[in-house]
Design a protein around this ligand. Structure first.
Ligand SMILES: C[S@@+](CC[C@H](N)C(=O)[O-])C[C@H]1O[C@@H](n2cnc3c(N)ncnc32)[C@H](O)[C@@H]1O
Length: 284
């Protein structure tokens, strides 16, 4: 990535001028403001399992729901040569997804749109729909989950990586989850997380714990991300840089706290229109 390409096309019209500008935006818009590489649980390892176990290739068409800055669709396109469409409610996040596409490789077949998942009506059906852990960000995850099969061709796949927890989150953890990430839905148990996708064939499933990051790992991540965002957007105010750093550290510390209570599953789920929503095969 050259300095020229970083500077030429920062896509947001509003650039923060004060610490207050940084702290008053919503969490999704903050992710866009710092061009955070926002990922699903398991990051590249989850992506690779999805690609492998759902056989994504050059003929595949992928829809990424709640795409934020475009990690899953962009990296799946790089890994497999697939075509992908992503949408998100945050116009700033969608603008950054497009920017990251142009920086990574404009030849990748990627399209990004601003849309609300509860009303989204695509013009085509897809071979794969990536939901990651995004259902938790919808006010009614079950209603959104029910819409996902409408986006798929018969025999297509839902690719998910939901968080779950067998014990209810303590009150102070629920409060941080709501205040830092804006998530108000209840944390699912393992059975509840799987039940969101009831009737789909479980072609691949794993269950993983989450290892908290060290202070040094958080420091490297936050410094790298904030310095890149300042270079890309032309921010040169020390006050703004510090606020971006402080808010991102707060986000990462909240993620670390949640990691103590959450696990996640990587899922590749096949939609078989002849059997859905029934199930004739034992889960495992
Ligand atoms: C943290 S991100 C999802 C993370 C990641 N894609 C994953 O797989 O876990 C949550 C995103 O959901 C988006 N979102 C929330 N409600 C939405 C809705 N109704 N329609 C579309 N996107 C929505 C937010 O704008 C935000 O960018």
């Amino acid at each position: 990535m050259t300095i020229t390409s970083e500077l030429q096309a920062w896509p947001l019209a509003t650039i923060p001028r004060t610490a207050r500008d940084v702290w008053e935006v919503s969490y999704p818009d903050f992710v866009a403001m710092i061009n955070q590489t926002n990922v699903m649980p398991g990051a590249f390892a989850t992506l690779n399992a999805w690609a492998t176990f759902s056989r994504i290739g050059t003929a595949s068409s992928v829809l990424e729901l709640a795409c934020t800055t475009g990690f899953s669709s962009r990296e799946l396109a790089r890994l497999t040569g697939c075509r992908a469409v992503g949408f998100d409610l945050s116009a700033d996040a969608v603008a950054l997804a497009g920017y990251n596409h142009r920086l990574a490789d404009p030849a990748l077949r990627l399209t990004y749109q601003v849309a609300n998942g509860m009303q989204y009506q695509p013009h085509e059906k897809f071979s794969h729909v990536v939901v990651g852990a995004a259902l938790g960000f919808f006010p009614d995850p079950r209603r959104m989950a029910r819409r996902v099969t409408d986006f798929l061709v018969d025999g297509g796949y839902v690719l998910a990586s939901p968080f779950w927890s067998e014990t209810p989150l303590p009150d102070h953890v629920r409060k941080i989850r709501r205040e830092v990430f804006g998530i108000s839905s209840e944390m699912e148990t393992y059975k509840e997380a799987l039940d969101l996708f009831r009737g789909l064939d479980v072609m691949y499933e794993s269950r993983s714990g989450l290892v908290p990051e060290t202070d040094a790992e958080i420091e490297l991540y936050c410094t790298s991300t904030v310095d890149r965002a300042c270079a890309q957007s032309g921010i040169d105010s020390a006050e703004v840089r510090q606020a971006l750093f402080d808010r991102l550290v707060e986000v990462k510390n909240a993620t670390n706290l949640l990691r103590q209570y959450q696990r996640y599953s990587v899922l590749a789920l096949r939609y078989d229109a002849r059997s859905y929503p029934n199930r004739y095969v034992e889960l495992f």
